[in-house]
Design a protein around this ligand. Sequence first.
Ligand code: GDP
Ligand code: MG
Length: 457
Amino acid sequence: MIFYLARSPKMLKTLAVSLRNVVNKILHAPIVDKRLIEEVIRDIQRALLKADVNVRLVLSLSNSIREKALKVEVPPGFSRKDVIIRLIYEELVNILGGETKPDVSIKRGKGHVLMLVGIQGSGKTTSAAKLAYFYKKRGYKVGLVCADTFRPGAQDQLRQLADKIGVPFFGAKEAGSKDPIKIAIKGVEYFKKSNYDLIIIDTAGRHKNEKDLMAEMKELYKRIAPDEVMLVIDATIGQQAGVQAKAFNETVKVGSILVTKLDGTARGGGALSAVAATGAKIKFIGVGEKVEELEVFDPPSFVSRLLGMGDIKSLVERMKQVELLREESVKRIMRGKLTLEDLYQQLITLRKLGPLRKVLELVPGFMLSMDETKIDIADEKLDKWIAILQSMTKEELMNPRIINRSRMQRIARGSGTTVSDVKELLDYYQVLSRSLKKIMRRSRRFGGIRFPGVNLR
Ligand code: GDP
Ligand code: MG
């Protein structure tokens, strides 16, 4: 089969659609039980296997979901469904390279040769210019080589882009040859002689047939021995991406992936298959036709898009913040000690999390102490208190006892509040830390407080 001809619209669906269906199934399920989870796992397995994702990867992903789905503690304010969606999200993010962005740095002065491969129309030439611009802006010396002599106009297309971004170009004219191999070899030599950091080689994406194209890629690969082969994949081609990636990877060792056209409606499910088929990681994504429309790949954003949930990333962020807040505040309670600095940090985190009333329920420390003291904080008060605490010196925060009348006046002036506001905060702090101590003393007598899911060491 000539794979680049197979771009039927039916191919656009599959992975992204199936994953979206899985998320919907979870969201609309009347109850979350073992049966639902098994069903969800089966759906995910089917979707991923159909997308050519490695069987071992699929199994370890399903095992992890099965193991944790009903066991992981549900943080207050969230549901079991949220937890399961987060599990799926995190497993997919892992496949794509984890939470952190890929390392795109390049050794300077070494003439790093980057060869772009991919089918016609995937966006190689555009991406070559984008990459050149990206690295040039970061202070690298970059040269562009056009080794596509099959398509008429290919040379001029890259030459014009190179001129536009002010990057030197080397093509058929410069090499005095129409042989792509000769152009590439001479181009690399030319730029290496002048100590360029990065030499980007744009290649042909089409030949009379697939065999000729692959033969040319193989020959190029052998002769110029690139430091990195980057596969350029069009996000809109869906699962064909896996087939293409496999074909290229069997010819040249694909080291990284650039997914183009993610500015449209495509979810990029095929990218996952390309990753699975090559074992290479996605480094960049193209998000438009202009040279500056290139981004370093961010797995969490990509998976959010893949699952069709724009807010999944923020859901996970919020869940993590709540966990952290719980953990930290519990640690403080266990110490039975709270400084104004601690209080300040808590108030800031509380404000970030949203409506105070809801959030306070999430923090065991505040819940307990509020119960004890019947003290409530309104949202305006929270802002006021944060301002007051910001006007204090480090010394005052760590040792509130030194805050006398004149210090209170200074703090009130600095925060645009009154001395009685400052006093009120200090009173609240006193009551809070006293009740914390009391709770701790009592709990020690009863063998300590336990908070599920919180590691106190
Ligand atoms: P090549 O045949 O692989 O060299 O592909 P080209 O670089 O010539 O690009 C083919 C078409 O895709 C051109 O019209 C580009 O403007 C367009 N294109 C490339 N990258 C992107 C992208 O990230 N977003 C959008 N919207 N279009 C792109
Ligand atoms: Mg091209």
